[in-house]
Design a protein around this ligand. Structure first.
Ligand SMILES: Nc1ncnc2c1ncn2[C@@H]1O[C@H](COP(=O)(O)OP(=O)(O)OP(=O)(O)O)[C@@H](O)[C@H]1O
Ligand SMILES: [Mg+2]
Length: 300
């Protein structure tokens, strides 16, 4: 710009004021354009870096699926009743952290079972993680309707067998995620833990009803859920622990009406066997301690 002004002064008389004004304007526009170009180029470089990192992550992250799993063909109607069996199951996070030891348990189809035990060391959540195949069973097997779930592709186990409300739910905004039912789905803003758990349950109920009135769910997903087997097993990890007693009672009523009375197997983890989750004469209360079954009260 300075050289333009110098030129205009040196060759005075050859240019008009408006020409100089126009030239100055062009210089200013060119300046802004160059600045935008540099910004866009920098953004492009950052985005290319992100893509490269994502591709690396995808290429280098080992898949959780094991080759033998894909060969296991299960009947389309599996699971048809919801019988869950733990056959001498041991689960460990690592050799020094054995979380479940020799668990033998049979949850009869349609039964409501409550798993309780001390905070932090009983292995309650581990039991659910093993059912969802997020942890591998070290010895023997977990069977659903007689089929060893370690032989079935994990995605199939999660989609076909379980509706899960996890202990520490998280929400992926704008993600219609419900396939594995591990993650609450929502396109709502931030929800608190209790709200997310209620939301997950609400979606679970909708999925059982073919997602008739659900909004924000992709068509493909709706098709997937509509095709899903109706005999899903409900897994609840402290699903009502962050709710007030009134809301807990309401949720308990909904669970009884929508799941227990409709014959779905329910496995609920709780610290307090409150009125809401009382098995009311039917079902089973399992007491875990240090990864072992301490006591089973079967009132079926
Ligand atoms: N990621 C992990 N790595 C190693 N050990 C773990 C891991 N997660 C849990 N554990 C251990 O496994 C045991 C059982 O943990 P788990 O989370 O199943 O307990 P919990 O009964 O669900 O407890 P809480 O009532 O606090 O939810 C504990 O001793 C815990 O320290
Ligand atoms: Mg837990």
């Amino acid at each position: 710009m300075a050289s333009l002004i110098t030129l205009a002064i040196l060759i005075r008389g050859t240019t008009t004021a408006s020409q100089i004004g126009m030239a100055l304007n062009i210089v200013l526009v060119a300046n802004t354009t160059l600045l935008s170009l540099v910004t866009l180029w920098t953004n492009l470089e950052i985005s290319l870096g992100d893509i490269s990192r994502l591709k690396n992550l995808e290429a280098n992250t080992p898949t959780e699926h094991e080759p033998h799993e894909n060969n296991m063909a299960v009947d389309n109607s599996w699971p048809s009743s919801g019988l869950v069996e733990f056959d001498n199951v041991t689960v460990e996070y690592n050799p020094d952290a054995v979380a479940l030891r020799n668990i033998n348990l049979k949850v009869v189809a349609g039964q409501q079972s409550i798993i309780c035990g001390c905070t932090g060391r009983s292995g309650k959540s581990t039991l659910l993680l093993a059912l969802l195949r997020l942890l591998d069973v070290k010895s023997r097997a977990i069977k659903v309707d007689g089929i060893d779930i370690s032989l079935v592709p994990r995605s199939l186990v999660r989609q076909r067998c379980f509706i899960t409300v996890i202990q520490d739910p998280f929400v992926l905004a704008h993600r219609p995620v419900f396939g594995s039912t591990l993650i609450a789905m929502t396109s709502l803003p931030q929800l608190s833990t209790g709200q997310t758990q209620i939301f997950t349950l609400a979606q679970a109920i909708l999925s059982l009803e073919g997602l008739k009135t659900a909004t924000g769910i992709s068509e493909a997903h709706q098709r997937g859920c509509a095709n899903a087997n109706a005999m899903l097993i409900l897994l609840l990890d402290e699903a009502t622990s962050s709710l007030d007693p009134g809301t807990e009672a309401v949720i308990g009523g909904i669970m009884r009406r929508e799941f227990v009375e409709k014959g779905h197997t329910t496995i609920a983890i709780t610290h307090r066997v409150s009125e809401t989750l009382q098995v009311g004469g039917r079902g089973m209360i399992v007491q875990l301690d240090g990864g072992r079954i301490e006591r089973v009260d079967d009132t079926a």
